[in-house]
Write a protein that binds this ligand. Structure first.
Ligand SMILES: *Cc1c(COP(=O)(O)O)cnc(C)c1O
Length: 353
């Protein structure tokens, strides 16, 4: 760091993203991207004509995309906003609802960015441990008296809570916002979107990165009652009014409208997930009951860090978190069936040695 850095940033620990090697030499199962390309409709939408329009700013209101999203989710356009990835919407929400005196509560094992943003914005963290088996006890969140963020399904465990459990948390915290991060909901979770009209404190955040093949386009949606969305827009228009670029607006709308492609690709992922789980269990792995596009696994035969490294040497990238409680585990993204076969072949080779 330079001698010019604000002392307030001294203590910030930035997020470490999964590796993004810029060549194709790895089977990449480390950042929960889709192994399938975007819908053909996306390729059509990002047309030459649209590229030529890049000299003009994008629509700061994102009106066409939000209208399409409203139709898709059965909401009003003013109940939705788009972010540059769901990361940006989550950041807007923390900026809007938390500060030095208003903490954020979240699980000890969950998406790492929540803690990073708390550090950046000097928001006190209220960390609530998951149970021994990594399930979440909803009553731990009752009457907390703070803003809450829950990833559901959770990452990196893949475990999901039923909608009714989240409803209990919403009811038990009527004066605080409960943010439900549904990055993986399309792979078998129960969405809280149907609760939006009943709970003014509910904010649901979804992303196009995992189930709509657009991780590189950077697009997410936040959904909640119109007043909460207005609060997020207050932050957005104070920071970056043109936060979504033109090509992403078009790509996102096309991806949202191609529901057949969305449904078929997520169905294949779910099927590949259950096949892979069986295969891993047959090899003695412990595999959590994932409702997401990854599996969280461990084996008594080798520790997580070593297995991660050996898989990488064999051309397969997975994610290992060198953090308390989960250092013996690996998070493995569901790829194509052929990629999962290659993973299993690599594991067989490594565990035989
Ligand atoms: C991937 C992920 C995000 C970030 O998604 P982007 O839309 O790519 O910013 C947020 N939350 C969780 C739990 C995720 O896994």
């Amino acid at each position: 760091m330079s001698r010019f850095l604000s002392p307030r940033l001294d203590t910030v620990t930035p997020y470490t993203p999964g590796e993004q090697p810029q060549d194709q030499q790895y089977i990449k199962l480390n950042t929960n991207e889709s192994p399938y390309p975007p819908s053909p409709a996306v390729l059509e939408a990002v047309s030459r004509a649209e590229v030529e329009k890049l000299r003009l700013y994008s629509d700061p209101a994102c009106a066409e995309l939000l209208n399409a999203a409203a139709k898709h989710f059965g909401l009003q356009p003013d109940q939705i906003m788009s972010g540059n990835g769901s990361d940006e919407n989550l950041f807007f929400a923390l900026r809007a609802f938390c500060d030095e005196e208003h903490p954020l509560a979240y699980a000890d094992i969950t998406y790492g960015c929540y803690g990073v943003w708390c550090g950046l914005m000097h928001i006190p963290s209220r960390i609530i441990p998951l149970r021994e088996d990594f399930t979440l006890d909803p009553t731990d969140y009752y009457g907390l008296n703070t803003t809450i963020v829950l990833a559901n399904p959770n990452a990196p465990t893949g475990l999901a809570l039923p909608r009714s459990a989240i409803e209990g948390i919403l009811k038990a915290n009527p004066d605080h916002v409960v943010i439900v991060d549904e990055a993986y909901v399309d792979f078998g979770g129960e969405s809280c979107v149907p609760l939006i009209d009943r709970y003014e404190n509910l904010l649901v955040v979804q992303t196009f990165s995992k189930s709509r093949q657009l991780a590189g386009a950077r697009l997410g949606l936040a959904m909640g009652n119109a007043k909460l969305i207005a609060d997020l827009n207050r932050v957005k228009f104070s920071l970056n009014p043109y936060n979504i670029n033109r090509l992403t607006l078009k790509a996102g709308q096309a991806a949202l409208e191609d529901t057949a492609y969305f449904d078929s690709t997520r169905a294949v992922i779910v099927e590949t997930r259950s096949w892979t789980r069986q295969q891993l269990e047959a090899r003695g792995f412990t595999v959590l009951d994932s409702r997401s596009n990854f599996l969280f696994v461990r084996t008594a035969r080798q520790d997580g860090g070593t297995l991660y490294r050996k898989l990488k040497e064999n051309g397969v990238l997975v994610r290992h978190f060198d953090t308390p409680r989960i250092h013996s585990w690996l998070r493995i993204t569901i790829g194509t069936p052929a990629q999962m076969q290659a993973l299993l072949a690599a594991l067989d080779k490594i565990l035989e040695d």
